[in-house]
Design a protein around this ligand. Structure first.
Ligand SMILES: *Cc1c(COP(=O)(O)O)cnc(C)c1O
Length: 491
């Protein structure tokens, strides 16, 4: 992505300003002679020095550099992991979130001493409402899944308030696994509907499933096949007419930003993943942030505390009798809020739209280039990702797993495989907005070579990878018989 450096400079200045001493409430740490007298109780003190490895600085640095090259990451090579991929994560946003005025904040600080941080959260909220076309928002949830859960609790509170508790939530069979999990956690039953032959929600099946027990519908748009639900207005009307609410799983908003908005489509709630679309690198388990944007009819149920703005100051409102309560300690993962606002401000409205356009163009480029060798599940224009099937390669005796493992030998991270579940031998590829045409061409070349290898020497693929520090792992075994040896290793 090209960015306007001057615009970037002034927006970053604004964020610097918010982080500055005092204004953000950052307290200069006390020096040791200012600390109160404090003695660690005798029984809590060590008797002997800790057993730490004694190694030179060079050895330590080399250890970590070597480790970092043994795993795959976005700084090393292409990472087309569909849906959950690393999208565009400019490094400068990490620097912004590490500014001492932000990184040094303590969650126990009073609102009066953290006005800069609260202003940042307020401005981020405004920006995300603009992107989604919604009325209100909570930044609290710590993941997409937790955002789904929080929103479903709000749906529940809404129906209960209306004296009409309902029992079921509908999802399509292409739904992300977190959707049914959140539904069950929120106390509802799951009704799963088959997709139609175009990979979209089947409106006739939806009509049949709707009754007065349906609390709502959860749907991903574009869906996990990378397809825009072209009947979305009709779908939403049908659910509303039956008295239900409609939720959009907006984890991957990089296909829609600046082009269309969930709020305008008629959705009542949607979450977005700041760690996918809004510039926090993820993987390895954290951090996450899944703000939920809602329509006004759900505002009274928002998690507490709610960030409010008066003429004089920003404040936390805990006095919300209909709130579903808190879903996270304190206020969510603040460092991610900083990255997201820095990202939005530096890209600007046009930049966000360009991100979506590039994401869509890149995915369709791969669809066209790969279709001579690989079956495209629904060969129609796609959005940010393209879903292939390894069916043709299976006829030559290799499975999608083998293709994925072979990609590692070329230094490329495999796409998401075997998801969505409705696609046999599935390969779900998301090139993202930030990859160049050269990188995409290299990937295509590698995929074509792997297809030739499938014809000529299928056994080669079945043994891959050959170049990685470890070969094929017993993944199920590793998950079931967890062996954590951290402390042993140190000794
Ligand atoms: C990633 C993703 C989620 C879940 O988000 P987490 O932060 O991993 O909980 C939900 N739905 C879709 C479509 C996703 O891609």
């Amino acid at each position: 992505m090209k960015r306007n450096i001057l615009a970037l400079q002034s927006e970053m200045d604004m964020i610097f300003e918010l982080s500055r001493n005092g204004r953000s409430g950052y307290q200069v740490p006390p020096t040791s002679d200012q600390l109160p007298e404090f003695e660690i109780p005798q029984e809590l003190r060590r008797n002997a020095a800790p057993r730490l490895p004694e190694v030179s600085e060079n050895t330590t640095v080399r250890h970590y550099v070597n480790l970092s090259t043994r795993n795959h990451h976005i700084d090393k090579d292409f990472y087309p992991l569909g849906s959950c991929t690393m999208k565009y994560n400019p490094k400068v946003n990490d620097e912004m979130s590490a500014l001492p005025g932000f990184a040094g904040l303590n969650p126990w600080q009073t609102g009066a001493t953290a006005q800069g941080a609260m202003q940042l959260m307020y401005e981020l909220s405004d920006a995300l409402l603009e992107v989604t076309g919604m009325d209100d928002i909570t930044l609290q949830p710590a993941a997409g899944a937790q955002g789904e859960f929080a929103a479903l609790l709000m749906f529940r509170a809404y129906h209960q308030k209306n004296g009409n508790p309902r029992k079921r939530i509908i999802i399509p069979d292409s739904a992300h696994g977190t959707n049914p999990a959140s539904i069950i956690l929120a106390g509802y039953a799951v009704t799963q509907l088959p997709s139609d032959s175009n990979g979209l929600m089947d409106t006739e099946a939806l009509k049949r499933a709707l009754d007065e027990d349906v609390a709502g519908l959860m749907i991903t748009n574009p869906n996990t096949l990378g397809l825009f639900e072209s009947n979305i207005s009709k779908i939403i009307d049908l659910v509303h007419e039956a008295g239900g609410l409609v939720y959009m799983d907006g984890a991957n908003l990089n296909a829609l930003m600046g082009i269309s908005r969930p709020g305008d489509m008629g959705f009542d709630a949607c979450h977005m993943n700041l760690h996918k679309t809004f510039s926090t690198p993820h993987g390895g388990g954290g951090p996450g942030s899944g703000p939920v944007a809602i329509k006004e009819k759900l505002t009274r149920f928002l998690p507490v505390p709610v960030l409010t703005k008066t003429k004089a100051e920003f404040a936390w409102d805990w006095d919300r009798p209909d709130s579903i309560g808190s879903v996270h300690s304190f206020y969510g993962n603040f460092g991610m809020h900083v990255r997201a606002l820095a990202y939005i401000k530096s890209m600007g409205g046009d930049g966000l739209r360009a991100i979506s356009e590039n994401a869509i163009i890149n995915a369709n480029y791969l669809r066209k280039k790969l279709s001579p060798a690989y079956q495209v599940f629904v060969d129609k224009p796609c959005m940010h990702e393209v879903v292939l099937s390894g069916n043709l390669q299976k006829q030559k005796g290799v499975r999608t797993t083998d293709i994925a493992k072979r990609l590692l030998d070329f230094g490329i991270h495999p796409p998401t495989v075997y998801f969505p579940l409705i696609v046999p031998e599935c390969l779900m590829i998301e090139p993202t907005e930030s990859e160049s045409r050269e990188t995409l061409d290299e990937f295509v070349e590698v995929m074509m070579q792997i297809d030739r290898e499938a014809s000529e020497s299928p056994d080669l693929l079945k043994q891959a990878p050959y170049t990685t520090p470890v070969r094929r792992l017993d993944e199920a075994g590793a998950a079931r018989n967890l062996n954590i040896r951290f402390y042993d290793d140190i000794r």
